[in-house]
Each structure stands twice: as structure tokens, then as C-alpha cells.
Design a protein around this ligand. Structure first.
Ligand code: ADE
Length: 244
């Protein structure tokens, strides 16, 4: 999969892209990152990328010309792949969207800066708008990295364990069960016996129940949306009874 990122702060991407599983994935040819500086597509002496808003008010707005020119020089006109604007006004990113975007061969991400972007970029260039949550950051760089990370780890071969992403919290619709590693006892806190039992059927059932218990406690909204088996339902009913 190929990512093309358009940003005014290209230098913010490399520290993360070069220090993680993402770099390994790129090294193995599973993914390709191209970071483009929007400022390189300006033609005035000051390399202007923003200007005052028509109608007045505070803050600056990203100008349309360099953004259109950057995206169209790299991707053609109309762009050869979806172009996502990172903005707090977009639909809220989640695991399902990550899974859908991971199916694409190519994706462009546009990181906005300043108070916003000229509306014509929204209307005539981008194909989708995504937010990473209901809070406002100084720009779309961290959100773009978050999408890149969440999408890349879903690409075949990126995680060492081929089933690596299957049990993830949110992937199955339930939160993930608790994990333990050595030592079996730490400061008198013990690893649950069942995990040391070697009984894989029992372990699977215990993990399922822990997932259900956690999701019920922390994210009841997710459990509502989840299709429970009969056995799950019995367990959830019992937990609810415990609580009463
Ligand atoms: N830019 C600023 N805040 C953002 C957010 N929450 N999501 C995506 N892009 C943003």
C-alpha cells in the first residue's frame, strides 16, 4: 500500500515512521510512505501557504492553490486515489474504517494547519474527511500518523504474528482479554491459574469471559452492538446478577 501525505510540517513524520514497526514494513516493501511539503508548491517569494479569512475574524486559512497543485502534481487531476482531509469536522475514525482503508492500494492524507483550509479544498479536492476524536489539535499531522499506523498494522505480513490483529480490542467487537507473562508471581500478585493449566479449551473460554466482562464494565455501548452467542449471553446475565 502506498501513502501520500501532504503537509506543511513534513519533518514531523520521519521520527515516528523511522522508529517503529512501520519502518520495518516499509523496508520489506509492504508499504511505501511519501511525504510531500505543500510549501514546495508555492511560487511567491515568501512561499505563502495561508492568508486572512474573507469576512474577517481571527486566524489564518490555508490557501487553495498550493494544496491543489501539490495533490494534483503527485496524484493527477482528478486524483488517482481517495484524498482524506484530517479535520475535527470529519467522521470519527475507528477500527472498522481502518480495516476498510487497509484494502486500498493507495491513499492520500491531507494534514490541515492553522484555523482551517479554504472551503474549495473540501468541496473540490478531498473525497473524505476524518477526525481522530472530539478534540482539537494544532494540525492534522498526528491524526495522519494515527491513520497510517492503524492501517499499516492491518496489512498482510506487517505484524509478526499472522493472527496478530484478530484479537485486538475493537477488531472483534469486544475489548481484548488481559495478558500476562513471566514471572508467575510478582510482588505476591499471581498469574491466574487457568493460564498455567495448559488446557487450551479452558483458556479460550476464560479469555472470552474476560473480554465480555471487561467490555460490559468499560464499554457497555460496544456490548449492546455485539452479537452474543447463547453461552456469552448466559455469562453476561450472570455477571450482571453478581453486580446487583
Ligand atoms: N486536526 C485538528 N484536530 C483534529 C482532529 N481531532 N482530528 C483530525 N484532524 C484534526
Amino acid at each position: 500500500m502506498r501513502f501520500d501525505v501532504f503537509t506543511l510540517l513534513p519533518e514531523t513524520f520521519s521520527p515516528y515512521l523511522q522508529a517503529s514497526i512501520l519502518q520495518k514494513a516499509a523496508g520489506r516493501g509492504l508499504v511505501d510512505f511519501h511525504i510531500h511539503n505543500i510549501r514546495d508548491y508555492t511560487h511567491d517569494r515568501h512561499h505563502t501557504t495561508d492568508d486572512m479569512p474573507y469576512g474577517g475574524g481571527g486566524g489564518m486559512v490555508m490557501k487553495p492553490e498550493p494544496v491543489f497543485e501539490a495533490v494534483e502534481s503527485v496524484l493527477g487531476a482528478p486524483p488517482a486515489c481517495p484524498v482524506i482531509l484530517l479535520t475535527p469536522q470529519g467522521r470519527v475514525f475507528n477500527q472498522k474504517i481502518a480495516g476498510e482503508l487497509a484494502q486500498l492500494p493507495r491513499l492520500a492524507l491531507l494534514s490541515g494547519r492553522y484555523e482551517g483550509v479554504d472551503e474549495r479544498i473540501r468541496e473540490h479536492l478531498v473525497t473524505d474527511e476524518i477526525s481522530i476524536g472530539d478534540y482539537v489539535l494544532t494540525g492534522g499531522e498526528l491524526p495522519a500518523l494515527i491513520l497510517i499506523d492503524a492501517i499499516t498494522r492491518l496489512l498482510p505480513g506487517v505484524l509478526g504474528d499472522p493472527t496478530g490483529a484478530e484479537d485486538d480490542s475493537h477488531a472483534s467487537g469486544l475489548l481484548e482479554y488481559p495478558h500476562y507473562t513471566r514471572p508467575p508471581e510478582f510482588r505476591s500478585w499471581k498469574v491466574p491459574d487457568v493460564l498455567l493449566s495448559g488446557d487450551h479449551g479452558k483458556i479460550a473460554r476464560w479469555r472470552r469471559e474476560q473480554s465480555l466482562r471487561r467490555t460490559l464494565a468499560k464499554r457497555p455501548d460496544m456490548l449492546e452492538a455485539f452479537e452474543l452467542t447463547k453461552e456469552d449471553q448466559k455469562f453476561v446475565d450472570a455477571v450482571k446478577k453478581e453486580e446487583r
